[in-house]
Write a protein that binds this ligand. Structure first.
Ligand SMILES: [Zn+2]
Ligand SMILES: [Zn+2]
Ligand SMILES: [Zn+2]
Length: 144
């Protein structure tokens, strides 16, 4: 279900870039907001196709880039290679555990880890812009 706010944010951003919000871009936004998190371009494309078969892969890809630019989406590279997108707007910072076998992704937030990371940055005279902590391993169902 589309939330008005997110639609307005995309509309504003697209306008600033001198582009128009097309029905196709709207469909991509709807599909993105309606799906679980951590979706890659291919799986979002399949979801978009179900709603409107005329929308091209390139449109899905470019719209995702627009969503990232206006911070509705966040791009993540899992295991250093698989690019996935997750909701960013109104979502709290979190880190990830990724199963190397089934690809399952677990989100977590740990204040202590966050504090230690900030401390390490301070000690190295770094101003943190962002960080992405990913722990790779094997989940409990894959170990059984
Ligand atoms: Zn973190
Ligand atoms: Zn697994
Ligand atoms: Zn996440």
């Amino acid at each position: 279900m589309r939330i008005k706010d997110e639609y307005s944010i995309l509309k504003e951003h697209v306008k600033e870039k001198g582009l128009r919000i097309t029905p196709q871009r709207e469909v991509v936004l709807d599909a993105f907001l309606g799906t679980e998190r951590h979706v890659d371009v291919e799986s979002l494309y399949i979801l978009v196709k179900k709603r409107d078969a005329s929308i091209s892969f390139a449109t899905v890809y470019r719209t995702l880039k627009l969503l990232c630019e206006c911070e509705l989406a966040k791009e993540l590279k899992f295991e250093g290679k698989i690019t996935r997108y997750e909701h960013k707007y109104n979502h709290k910072h979190h880190d990830h555990l990724v199963c190397a076998q089934c690809g399952k992704i677990v989100e977590f937030h740990n204040d202590k880890i966050e504090e230690i990371q900030d401390k390490v940055a301070r000690e190295n005279n770094f101003k943190v812009l962002n960080h992405h902590l990913e722990i790779n391993g094997i989940c409990s169902s894959c170990r059984n």
